[in-house]
Design a protein around this ligand. Structure first.
Ligand SMILES: Cc1cc2nc3c(=O)[nH]c(=O)nc-3n(C[C@H](O)[C@H](O)[C@H](O)COP(=O)(O)OP(=O)(O)OC[C@H]3O[C@@H](n4cnc5c(N)ncnc54)[C@H](O)[C@@H]3O)c2cc1C
Length: 331
């Protein structure tokens, strides 16, 4: 492990940020060394991937390890399935493309989600009618004192944009095992995708076509972080009670039955409260998707958090709905 001090923190919101200590973690041994280093210095240890779901403070105390373990290995194969073990530092979108090329299907709806494979279980990445939990066999890594851990799908505690890794941030993910299919079966549950392929013969539809459609929809709606720094959705879609949903629907806003409650579109709530027209000096809602907050230039973590807090307070006051922040604060 090559120690850097200070260590620049990658993040797609383009916030200026440094940690006291840090290193690229290229092997499981590097991870162990980082854990021991942090313990010896009584410093907190945090793991980052591409920084596409974090709000980083300008000066982060302690050690930040950047997950850089690579490698994609086939570890099991049946007539119909293939199980791969992927290093936590692999790029998620490149993995999706490689799987399609190899004839390993399932994750094509998750194309173009930024970030690393190691971070994908943390918030159980999801989009366009699929989520990571549908494919995870197990997750490997280390606990906060350096013991190896292997958690099967159930023990990962996956939920909507949540997992055990959010409740126990001391766990480091080094590898993820995914089970994919050898025969392509399109997942067209998401209305926008279904509509797109309404006139296609499903038998001839390919995984590449589905991925391309997902990529095109994402590019039309979401800002490219390289040009307009952002972390994707800033708030989770809230789930509310049957009582509250009547008020929401009376305002012409959408609500979908979800478990015991009703899921609302956080973007629609923010839009309804007029935030697309209320930019701050350095932070604003993206015009095509109010849920995405963009650093317009020179913003620091405090600017983003202040703007987000104002949105949250306004939505709570006017609609009675509590918004929960999606990206993690690293400070
Ligand atoms: C434009 C854009 C669009 C997006 N669209 C989606 C979407 O459609 N669906 C979706 O679910 N998300 C989306 N996201 C959010 C983001 O892409 C995912 O959360 C992604 O998994 C984050 O990966 P990362 O490597 O950047 O993680 P980071 O931002 O570096 O880290 C995120 C969290 O995971 C922890 N972490 C990272 N790596 C590890 C590890 N190896 N072990 C333990 N903990 C770790 C970090 O400490 C942090 O708490 C989007 C983001 C952007 C910028």
């Amino acid at each position: 492990m090559k120690l850097a001090t200070p260590f620049a923190l990658p993040n797609t919101l383009a916030l200026p940020a440094w940690a006291d200590f840090g290193a690229e973690l290229e092997t499981p041994d590097d991870v162990c060394e980082a854990i021991q280093f942090a313990r010896a210095h009584r410093a907190p240890l945090r793991i980052l991937g591409a920084g596409s779901n974090v709000i980083v403070a300008p000066q982060v105390a302690g050690f930040v390890g950047r997950m850089s373990i690579v490698g994609i290995d086939v570890v099991d194969e049946t007539d119909s399935t293939i199980t791969i073990r992927v290093g936590g530092g692999e790029n998620w979108h490149q993995l999706v493309l490689r799987c399609i090329t190899n004839g390993w299907y399932g994750i094509e709806n998750l194309a173009l989600i930024p970030g690393t494979v190691g971070a994908a279980p943390v918030q159980n990445i999801g989009a366009y009618g699929a989520e990571l939990a549908d494919f995870v066999v197990e997750v490997e890594g280390f606990d906060d004192v350096g013991r190896t851990i292997t958690l099967d799908n159930e023990r990962c505690g996956f939920g909507y944009r949540s997992s055990i890794f959010q409740l126990q941030p001391g766990l480091t993910i080094t590898h993820v095992r995914l089970q994919l299919q050898k025969v392509f079966r399109p997942r067209l549950g998401y209305p926008g995708l279904r509509k797109q392929f309404a006139h296609n013969r499903l038998k001839t539809l390919t995984a590449r076509q589905v991925a391309d459609a997902v990529i095109a929809m994402r590019q039309a709606r979401l800002p490219d972080p390289d040009r307009h720094p952002n972390v994707g959705s800033f708030f989770k879609n809230p789930v509310v009670s049957a009582e509250l949903v009547e008020t929401i629907r009376a305002l012409g806003l959408d609500a979908y039955l979800e478990g015991d409650g009703y899921k609302l579109s956080a973007a629609q709530l923010i839009d309804y409260c007029g935030w697309k027209d209320k930019p701050a000096e350095k932070v604003a809602c993206w015009p095509n998707q109010a849920l995405v907050l963009v650093n317009q230039g020179g913003a620091k973590a405090a600017d983003v958090l202040t703007y987000a807090a104002a949105i949250r307070a306004d939505v709570q006051a006017r609609l009675g709905v509590a918004l929960v922040q999606e990206p993690t604060k690293i400070q």
